[in-house]
Write a protein that binds this ligand. Structure first.
Ligand code: FES
Ligand code: MG
Length: 578
């Protein structure tokens, strides 16, 4: 499509470099200090390559080289690429939880773009929180942007078996606790489960979120499916560099891409992939940065009518992301869903989503199933309400044993993670398979930071008897690679006085999945009596970032963004005026 093109004088960076005044002299002289001539950077789109590389982010270890591919593409297209490090927010090492820092990355991204002479950005991320963090910040900054997903790692491998990130760690850990795995085997699994650069290669949070960015039209078509160490990934990097320069001239800003229809498409795709439960929180937060009000109820409505067609673990049974790529990748999955998507939406290519996926094909219909033969007839997530979760909770029906769809059992309540851990390791714990394990004070403020503790371990006493699933409820999240009958994101969280705070050990809890209900069977007057006795727990933080986090983070159903970052919170800072 043809659209008005910018001229060099209109470039945002020209405000830094063009005027014949003292400040611009300073900017130009500092570029020369960096070894560049005016020919290098004047009258060219300056592209920030925001790189979340760190020596402690195992998923982004290829980014140090990949950034060179991006810059090669930028230069070829007549732009000037500058690498800028951004907070890495790795999933594996960050304590208490990486989620505490998603919003910090979003703030950093927004402010780094706003304060520097950048005309466009390539965002390099992939490990769970980096995708929403980078995208949220860039949406608020508003310059043309393209997302470069890190790509999944190769399949895990041990003793002739494929291993899936997360999922197999939990599975084999249960076997180890049951005494079925030797030290030598355990070491083999440890070395085989993550064996190349790239993000977790199950449909965990990383693959879910990069698929969502792809489905929103924020990546080059299908980029999210390319394994990190495949040469196609390097070429995709250079393509991102070439394309972002054109996007600057075309003034293809993200507000022309991210609309209500785009966010809805992304939710449909997420449901069809067997997405991580984290998708709900992050997609709501990203949509809100674009002024789109996506709700939990919309997710539930889409979940009821969207079949799960990506046969990728953990919701799918057999395959991993590498297989998904060979089967045609996300473009092929979206082609299957074409009738359920709005294909007229604009994307970073300057073409519509429909044009981007037109030539896509499925090469293995056991991996990417036809709608007539889904992995699961409904979508990946269901949203519950009831007297335990008036503002909602989520569950992943496809990943839990169907015998829990209608379940009633006595609660076994823990107020903290250490308390829960000590109990579940106690072989004499008084617990039956019908018990409902409950962990509270694990939400956005209580965790603090909304940790992934929601797949509570099955008590040792039951593991030894062969049980591998039971109903679990928390105001925490769980890893996208987790599975089981886990009700998560209970809102409002107990730490701020949500009704989960009133539940006691022995109270009966009822899950009614077909009717989307979660209730404690406790009389109203008894709940009122307990509420009167409830006192708020002490503050988690008295200084620093955590202090700000606790005061401004919103609840799970609102996406856990900071209240002051919402699009409609107040006047936007706009461009720096000096
Ligand atoms: Fe980085 Fe899973 S730990 S994507
Ligand atoms: Mg994860």
């Amino acid at each position: 499509m043809s659209r008005a093109r910018k001229t060099a004088n209109d470039l945002r960076s020209a405000r830094w470099f063009a005027p014949d005044d003292l400040r611009s002299f300073g900017h130009r002289s500092r570029m020369m200090q960096l070894g560049y001539s005016e020919e290098d950077f004047r009258n060219k789109p300056i592209i920030g390559v925001l790189n979340t590389w760190s020596e402690l982010n195992s998923c982004h270890s290829h980014f140090r080289e990949r950034v060179q591919d991006v810059k090669r593409g930028v230069a070829q297209a007549g732009g000037f690429g500058v690498e800028m490090p951004a907070l890495s927010v790795d999933e594996s090492f960050t304590k208490p939880t990486s989620m505490l820092y998603r919003n910090l990355l979003a703030i950093e991204t927004e402010e780094m773009i706003r304060s520097h002479p950048l005309d466009g950005v390539v965002l390099m991320g992939g490990c769970d929180k980096t995708t929403p963090g980078l995208v949220m910040g860039a949406l608020s900054a508003g310059v043309p942007m393209i997302y470069l997903p890190a790509g999944p790692m190769l399949r895990g491998n041990f003793a002739g078996k494929f291993l899936g990130s997360g999922s197999d760690a939990w599975k084999y850990w249960d076997e180890r606790r049951a005494g079925n795995i030797s030290d030598e085997e355990w070491l083999g699994i440890q070395g085989g489960i993550a064996r190349s650069a790239g993000t977790c290669m199950t449909m965990g949070t990383a693959s879910t979120m990069t698929a969502i960015a792809d489905a929103m039209g924020l990546t080059l078509p299908g980029a999210s499916s390319i394994p990190a160490v495949d040469s196609n990934h390097q070429r995709m990097g250079a393509d991102c560099g070439r394309r972002i320069v054109e996007m600057v001239w075309e003034e293809l800003t993200p507000d022309k891409i991210v609309t209500q229809a785009t966010c809805r498409n992304a939710a449909v795709v997420a449901m069809a992939t067997g997405c991580s439960t984290n998708a709900v929180v992050h997609l709501i937060a990203m949509a809100r940065r674009a002024g789109v009000d996506l709700t939990l109820d919309e997710f539930d409505a889409l979940g009821r009518v969207t079949p799960l067609i990506a046969n990728v673990r953990p919701a799918g049974k057999d395959y991993l992301m590498e297989d998904f790529y060979y089967a045609g990748g996300l473009r092929a999955l979206m082609k299957q869903l074409a009738d359920r998507l709005d294909l007229s939406v604009m994307t970073v290519t300057g073409r519509t989503m429909g044009e981007n996926i037109e030539s896509a094909k499925v090469y293995n219909d056991d991996v990417i199933r036809p709608l007539s033969n889904p992995v699961y007839h409904e979508g990946s997530l269901a949203v519950l309400r009831g007297n335990l979760c008036p503002d909602g909770a989520v569950i992943k029906p496809a990943a839990c044993d169907p015998r829990f769809y209608l379940h009633e059992g006595p609660a076994l309540v823990f107020d903290s993670y250490p308390e829960m851990k000590a109990a579940i390791d106690d072989e004499n714990l008084d617990v039956t398979p019908d018990h409902v394990l409950v962990l509270r004070n694990a939400g956005p403020q209580g965790g603090p930071g909304f940790p992934e503790w929601g797949m509570l371990p099955i008590p040792k006493a039951l593991i030894k008897k062969g049980y591998r699933d039971m109903l679990r409820i928390s105001d925490a999240r769980m890893s996208g690679t987790s599975y089981g009958a886990c009700v998560l994101h209970v809102a409002p969280e107990s730490y701020v006085g949500g009704p989960l705070a009133l539940l006691r050990t022995g109270d009966l809890v009822r899950l009614d999945l077909p009717n989307r209900r979660l209730d404690m069977l406790v009389a109203e007057d008894e709940l009122a009596r307990r509420r009167a006795l409830w006192t708020a727990p002490p503050a988690r933080y008295e200084r620093g970032y955590g202090y700000m986090f606790a005061r401004h983070v919103t609840q799970a159903d609102q996406g856990c963004d900071f209240d002051f970052l919402k699009t409609d919170f107040g006047r936007t800072a706009g461009e720096p005026d000096i």
